[in-house]
Design a protein around this ligand. Structure first.
Ligand SMILES: [Fe+2]
Ligand SMILES: [Fe+2]
Length: 165
């Protein structure tokens, strides 16, 4: 998995702006970079499973889109309600911001752009994935987000039990 991610995404992973993703938190103590790498790995797992069932997909685009799907480059925990009411809520706006940032920093094709822009489906009902690869990343993102949130909750629970004793 890791080799394929490096093979297809080396220009992204070696870019100085991509390194800043490790400074933004996604869920709990999971950084945006860790989250994106996990989504890329999970997407490859899904595509490997599909391949075994004779359903092919573009691995390069899959990896690159997954690595960049949350390339919004800000700490979304810091956005105030007032800001969100004026500019839109993170859940609805960050895919477009990520696509704008990623198009500025990397050479992207149509599939990669679609993956980034549509990954919030079905929260954003107007952005329906247009490619198989975008559907895979959308599913992988939901799965990883759920796992990260559950990990965060179980850590909280353990800490609470520890302080009670
Ligand atoms: Fe996202
Ligand atoms: Fe995500």
């Amino acid at each position: 998995m890791k080799e394929r991610i490096r093979k297809y995404g080396s220009d992204i992973l070696n870019h100085e702006t991509y390194a800043t993703l490790s400074t933004y938190m996604q869920h709990g103590s999971v950084s945006v970079m860790e989250h994106c790498l996990r989504v890329a790995e999970t997407s490859l797992r899904i595509s490997d499973w599909m391949k075994r069932h004779k359903i092919e997909c573009h691995e390069r685009e899959l990896v690159r889109g997954a690595l960049l799907h949350d390339y919004f480059l800000y700490d979304w925990h810091n956005t105030t309600l007032k800001y969100s009411l004026k500019h839109g809520f993170h859940g609805f706006t960050h895919a477009r911001i990520a696509l704008n940032n990623a198009s500025r920093d990397y050479q992207l094709n149509e599939i990669e752009k679609d993956i980034i822009l549509k990954h919030m489906f079905p929260l954003n009902l107007t952005a329906v994935p247009g490619y198989r690869e975008a559907w895979i990343v959308t599913m992988a993102d939901k799965y990883c987000s759920l796992m990260e949130t559950l990990m965060m909750r179980s850590k909280h629970r353990k800490n609470r039990t520890r302080t009670q004793h």
